[in-house]
Design a protein around this ligand. Structure first.
Ligand code: NZQ
Ligand code: ZN
Length: 391
């Protein structure tokens, strides 16, 4: 028997103008000096940073800025953030940006609280026992980091680079201010990457071993249908509020644990591991990497439980033939200009590259991944080969 655990402590404010509450909410949280963390410039260009800082000023809250987070955020900047937080006497972190900024904020939070080398939390040497308090203003619908327990960081200390996740309930932020309008300026490419990532957080959980709940399966199919419905609308009209709002809320719920509620395990997650190797080594966008891998993974593991794929296909597309259901997902990714193979990521993989990447995923043959189907280095090599058109 497994007991369902569902823990989502984040206070969410969702809707137009949500970001205006920053000062008020931080004041209620007892913050006096905030480290405002952001990315490479979008929040300055859109004027969001100015508005947020005006809200802090109005609430009498001091702040210090740290920008410069890049996609696939680096531990080196987080280390700077840890030092800055301490030297400036901050008592709260406010992330203003997409998933990369928020993950970097979470890394700073762990480092401030835990001291020592923060990478230890990502390479499994230490487990977080707390975090500096964090709030977020989200500008991109994708990762679900705004309610998730996860933070994914890239170690840029040397070659090769490593991308590792740290999952802990201490990584769940105190509050998230979610205004879909803030995502109007997200590029078409990042909108599509976000849609793919949102879908994958539900798909990874849908494929699990052991028992589950029919209700959770229905929620999963509904969420996938909504993303498939609204992503093309957002691409056609970036300022369609309904499209942006549905995508944003789907993104949040896809990764806060709801889509695995009642399932025997937290899901498969092999595609994420296989993708993280690509974004670590080649700096590709996470959502695009997932789209490039998923169908190859699906075809490789299909015979593990064909009925599961049939249920998914029926629930999402009204298509109960498992092979055709996989084709439908692939067609959808193609229709929103997502790659469906590794070449589509602009990478030219040969057999040796597939072998190197597979060994990277299993930490040089030291672990397996997956839950729906457990995969070893050879399996992962085969999936990379399929995704490279070599098998
Ligand atoms: O840096 P700025 O200038 O803000 O530009 C960003 C960046 O170039 C831009 N952007 C964000 N909001 C914008 C905008 N541009 C215009 N208007 C806006 N409103 O978009 C680009 C991508 O941003 P990024 O934050 O990297 O994207 P995303 O939110 O998809 O985050 C991806 C990262 O999250 C990790 C991924 O691996 C990747 O490192 N993940 C985190 C998870 C989690 N913490 O729960 C789960 C995921 O599975 C994922 O692994
Ligand atoms: Zn993801």
């Amino acid at each position: 028997m497994s007991i369902m655990e569902y823990f989502t402590p984040t206070h969410v404010y969702f809707g137009k103008g949500a970001e205006e509450k920053a000062g008020e909410v931080l004041k209620a949280e007892g913050a006096t000096k905030v480290l405002v963390h952001f990315g490479s410039g979008s929040v300055k260009k859109t004027g969001l940073l100015d508005r947020v800082e005006a809200s802090l000023d109005a609430a009498g809250i001091k702040y210090v800025e740290l920008g410069g987070v890049v996609p696939n955020p680096r531990v080196s900047l987080a280390r700077e953030g840890i030092e800055l937080y301490k030297s400036e006497g901050c008592d709260y972190i406010l992330s203003v940006g997409g998933g990369s900024v928020l993950d970097s904020a979470k890394c700073i939070g762990y480092g401030v609280y835990g001291g020592g080398e923060v990478w230890d939390f990502y390479c499994g040497k230490r487990v977080p026992e707390g975090s500096a308090p964090i709030g977020c203003i989200l500008t991109l619908s994708a990762t679900g980091s705004e309610m998730s327990d996860s933070s994914v960081i890239t170690n840029d200390d040397g070659e090769p680079t490593y991308k590792r996740g740290c999952n802990s309930n201490y990584g769940r932020v105190r509050f998230s201010l979610l205004n879909p309008e803030l995502t109007y300026t997200v590029s078409k490419y990042q909108t599509s990457c976000g849609a793919a990532d949102i879908m994958m957080h539900t798909l990874e959980r849908f494929f699990h071993s052991g028992d589950g709940l029919d209700f959770t399966d229905s929620l999963a199919c509904a969420l996938l249908r909504e993303v498939i419905k609204w992503a093309p609308v957002a691409l056609e009209n970036p300022e369609d509020y309904d499209a942006r709002a549905n995508l944003m809320w789907c993104g949040t719920l896809s990764h806060n644990g709801l889509m695995a509620a009642g399932n025997a395990t937290k899901g498969d997650w092999a595609c994420h591991q296989i993708e993280h190797e690509l974004s670590a080594e080649y700096d590709v966008a996470h959502g695009a990497g997932l789209a490039a891998i998923w169908a190859s993974w699906a075809r490789y593991v299909l015979d593990t439980d064909r009925a599961r794929f049939a249920k998914l296909g029926e629930g999402v597309f009204g298509e109960s033939d498992p092979e055709k259901a996989i084709d439908k997902f692939e067609e959808f990714f193609k229709s929103i200009d997502m790659p469906i193979d590794i070449a589509g990521l602009g990478l030219n993989f040969d057999e040796a590259a597939c072998r190197t990447a597979a060994l990277g995923v299993t930490f040089q043959d030291a672990r397996t991944i997956g839950d729906f189907k457990v995969l070893n280095t050879e399996d992962i090599f085969n999936i990379y080969m399929m995704a490279s058109g070599l098998k």
